[in-house]
Ligand binder design. Structure first.
Ligand code: NDP
Length: 389
């Protein structure tokens, strides 16, 4: 079955379709142009959802969170209380006690609470339009594919997958089932980062000559966490947080890298027996531009810096949920705090409902998976690895 939408949902969808095509749509969803080319230079940065009223609850798209761990509990669940176009309507968990907790907190009834074994029954649940995969990385592919096959749109957390083949299969499954796929790349919706995209791509300080990014944190001494398990994590800090520095380099200049070199360093071989402890890489862009990146589980760092021909700009802390601080050679970069996750989920709902740009599509996750694994290949072989993206 390619679409698990029941009659109640059809009527809701029908209403939305009629509504968004009619005069009400123009009032609620003014068609400001979106950044039509997230990876390209120039472009506009207005986003329709920022200036829109919230839909009534009954008209919002329903979201089910899969894997009720730290990120789902402390970020996504709360963020879904602030979204305008989507809302929390379901959960999938392997821990039965969590069902009661989520029922008490968000009134998710038993009929919309699933386990991994009953997951596929979501096909018959019209309250759920979007499935948000918040599981350990090694489980993203299986559940994204099962969600698409259940006829649901999918948001998958970063990193998308633990192999390029898996990422390709995820994109293909969504395409075949005619479902939309998006990644949990929240920083695309954060104003400091949007400003950095403008500064770099529009060459406000002249062409960017060099970039430096580092996202690192101390993971602690517990060897039993999934982030240290190769099968569940796919790799170490690069997969977990270094991906943000890779992404920032690309969206700052709106150009794709053509090659990569890298070096891995693991000192504590007992704790880091399966994944790297620290890694550094250099992304080679066309021309002279280089982006130096690093990530570690044994120290702290949180920076993105760009040096251009006539000035510089940087974010530090760069990648946080709440506090992001920016500076440039001409002074501070100050923007109000936003709920990144709420904006990210609303943008995807706006894409589904109104055809707004999917700024962080599955293809972008596939691209990044290729880059991450090229970095690992470069570190392993000591050779420059060419990228074909
Ligand atoms: P947690 O370990 O806190 O939660 C993962 C949850 O997945 C568990 O609580 C559990 O939920 C479920 N699960 C199912 N099978 C397993 C298994 N074999 N081992 C461990 N957990 C399992 O992880 P996070 O919430 O920190 O991360 C989840 C995903 O979100 C990762 O892909 C991570 O990269 C991403 N993430 C993204 C962030 C962002 O800023 N975009 C920030 C943090 C994480 P249950 O008990 O309900 O079954």
């Amino acid at each position: 079955m390619s679409d698990g939408i029941g009659s109640a949902d059809c009527s809701r969808r029908g209403f939305l379709r009629r509504f968004t095509l009619g005069a009400g749509a123009a009032a609620l969803f003014p068609l400001f142009s979106c950044d039509a080319n997230p990876g390209g230079k120039g472009g506009k940065y207005f986003k329709s959802w920022e200036r829109s009223e919230a839909l009534p609850d009954a008209e919002k798209l329903g979201v089910a969170l899969v894997g009720l761990g730290s990120y789902a509990t402390y970020q996504l669940g709360p963020a879904l209380q602030h979204t305008k176009f989507c809302r929390l309507t379901g959960i999938v968990t392997g821990t039965p006690e969590k069902k009661d907790q989520w029922y008490r907190r968000y009134a998710i009834p038993e009929e919309h609470a699933y386990s991994y074994e009953t997951f596929d029954r979501i096909v018959n649940d019209p309250a759920i339009d979007i499935i948000y995969i918040v599981l350990p990385n090694g489980m993203h592919a299986e559940y994204t594919i099962r969600a698409a096959e259940a006829g649901k749109h999918v948001i998958c957390e970063k990193p998308m997958a633990t192999s390029v083949a898996d990422a390709e299969a995820m994109v293909a499954a969504c395409r075949v089932n005619n479902r939309k796929l998006s990644l949990g790349y929240r920083l695309y919706f954060e104003p400091h980062h949007e400003k950095v995209m403008r500064l770099g791509r529009d060459e406000i300080f002249g062409p960017v000559r060099e970039m430096r990014g580092d996202f690192s944190f101390r993971i602690g001494e517990n060897p039993d966490v999934w982030r240290l398990d190769k099968e569940l994590a796919g790799g170490g800090p690069l997969m977990d947080v270094g991906i943000y520095a890779v992404q920032a380099a690309i969206y700052t200049v709106g150009t794709l890298p053509v090659a990569v070199t890298a070096k891995e360093e693991t000192v504590n071989r007992e704790l880091f027996s399966e994944v790297e402890e620290s890694i550094a890489w250099e992304l080679e862009f066309p021309g002279e531009l280089r982006a130096h990146g690093a990530s570690s589980y044994s120290r702290g760092a949180n920076i993105h810096h760009a040096a251009a021909s006539d000035g510089w700009f940087e974010l530090e802390p760069a990648y946080g949920y709440s506090v992001v601080r920016g500076r440039m050679s001409e002074g501070e970069l100050e923007f109000p705090r936003v709920n990144q996750q709420a904006l990210q989920m609303d943008a995807f709902a706006d894409h589904i409902l109104n055809g707004a740009e999917n700024r962080v599509p599955g293809e972008m996750g596939l691209r990044d998976t290729k880059i991450l694994y090229a970095i690992y290949e470069a570190a392993e072989t000591g050779k420059r690895v060419a990228l074909e993206l």
